[in-house]
Write a protein that binds this ligand. Structure first.
Ligand code: NAD
Length: 385
């Protein structure tokens, strides 16, 4: 059975779905692998490295599609590759399912599409397939470095004969996987860190990393809701949003660096920083909006652009930070994919290393496969949000 790797179809994507190491693992399981020439180049994986790992090289995405049963990708496939798909093929990637406009096309062609973002994250056997976590972890780290680079002062406190340098004040809004890594990284660089999240359970995690919790008052009813959502974000009341804006306004008037990470799967990101707050911020302060690609946490942020407000505040619209760490983010993403692909193979066949005898075991009743499959047997299976 052959697995294909398609090259990213965009200048702003440097990651690759499978690395040479992943190819080796798949070869060991009995798969053949074909990769589009140059697909790993931007992540520093040359065609020769894939060949040495046992992959074949194809000259185009369409050639990969026509040769493969399972097609792996970082983001959605290019139109030419989609055109070539036929019934029974499988596509696996970060396919942005709630905003993907091609699902009807995939379903119409009888293709099974697995969107890795839909993984049930609390399932312990799924944790090594969790692409959101593997990518957000790296993104949280890199966001702090991007901020440090934009900022015209250092992060740590320095005592010098020319005077004392104060530590940078960093505020992190949204303390999931990316936010926690951002707190840890900013602390390691010597900054003073404050953080907030609408999940009250995040408080303990912030404090254990040495950050100060920015508390937003919450009604007893909301506190109950927070407990019952299994650790995921919920829609806060108007009063909470108002109180949160006041807390954010006060914290940001005094901040040097702000990193926003708040996202809600399947919906636009919540607006956490408003124009009136930006107007009170210090000249030279820097905001990194990690939700810029899904509507933005910061008013006025533009995906993949850095803008400077009239009062000298810089807003970085960081739509795809993992791509800026392409070598490492590809390694982890590829591991996630290999772990998932392993579950698609019939258990009896995994002991047999002959490529001809590998058998697919598609099972929509399986809690991982069933959650990830957005199209299968000519149906779009994605529930609306
Ligand atoms: P995310 O990227 O969806 O959002 C980032 C953070 O923003 C979250 O902490 C969220 O609560 C917060 N947020 C959303 N809307 C907000 C608002 N209006 N105001 C303030 N904060 C807001 O989050 P994520 O990093 O993908 O993590 C989501 C949840 O999944 C977390 O509870 C995390 O602990 C949990 N998780 C669990 C596992 C596991 O059990 N294996 C693995 C990864 C993540």
């Amino acid at each position: 059975m052959r697995i294909g790797v398609i090259s990213a179809d965009s200048a702003s994507e440097s990651r690759v779905a499978l690395t040479p190491d992943a190819v080796k693992k798949l070869r060991k399981l009995g798969f053949e692998v074909v990769i589009q020439s140059g697909a790993g180049q931007a992540a520093y994986y040359a065609d020769e490295m894939y060949q040495a790992a046992g992959a074949d090289i194809a000259s185009s995405s369409t050639e990969v599609v026509t040769q493969s049963q399972i097609i792996t990708t970082v983001n959605d496939l290019p139109a030419a590759a989609i055109d070539q798909l036929t019934s029974g093929q499988i596509v696996i990637g970060m396919l942005d399912p709630y905003r993907n406009t091609q699902l009807d096309t995939y379903a119409g062609k009888g293709v099974t599409v697995f969107a890795m973002e839909l993984l049930p994250r609390t399932l312990s056997r799924a944790q090594n397939m969790d692409v959101l976590s593997s990518q957000a972890n790296l993104a949280g780290y890199k966001a702090v470095l991007l901020a440090a680079n934009e900022y015209s002062r250092p992060f740590p406190m320095f005592m010098t004969s020319a005077g004392t340098v104060k530590p940078a004040k960093v505020v992190i809004l949204g303390v999931g996987v990316a936010g926690l890594q951002a707190i840890a990284t900013a602390k390691r660089l010597g900054a003073v860190v404050e953080a907030s999240d609408l999940r009250p359970t995040a408080r303990e995690q912030v404090e254990s990393l040495g950050g100060k919790w920015l508390d937003v008052p919450m009604s007893a009813e909301e506190a109950e809701t927070a407990k019952s959502t299994g650790g995921y974000a919920w829609t806060p009341s108007e009063q909470y949003v108002k109180d949160q804006a006041a807390v954010v306004d006060k914290a940001l008037s005094n901040a040097d660096i702000v990193i926003t990470t708040a996202q809600i799967p399947g919906r636009n990101a919540p607006r956490l920083v408003h124009g009136a707050t930006l107007a009170k911020m210090k000249a030279g302060s820097v905001l990194i909006d990690m939700a810029a690609g899904t509507g933005g946490n910061v008013e006025g942020s533009v995906p993949d652009e850095t803008i400077t407000t009239a009062n000298g505040v810089r807003i970085v619209g960081a739509a795809n930070i993992p791509s800026q760490l392409a070598a490492q983010s590809s390694d982890l993403y590829a591991n996630n994919l290999v772990n998932f692909i392993t579950t698609l193979i019939a258990p009896a066949a995994t002991n047999d290393t002959s490529a001809k005898t590998l058998a697919l075991n598609l099972d929509m009743n399986d809690e991982i496969q069933g959650a990830l499959a957005v199209t299968h047997e000519n149906q779009v299976r994605l529930a609306k949000r």
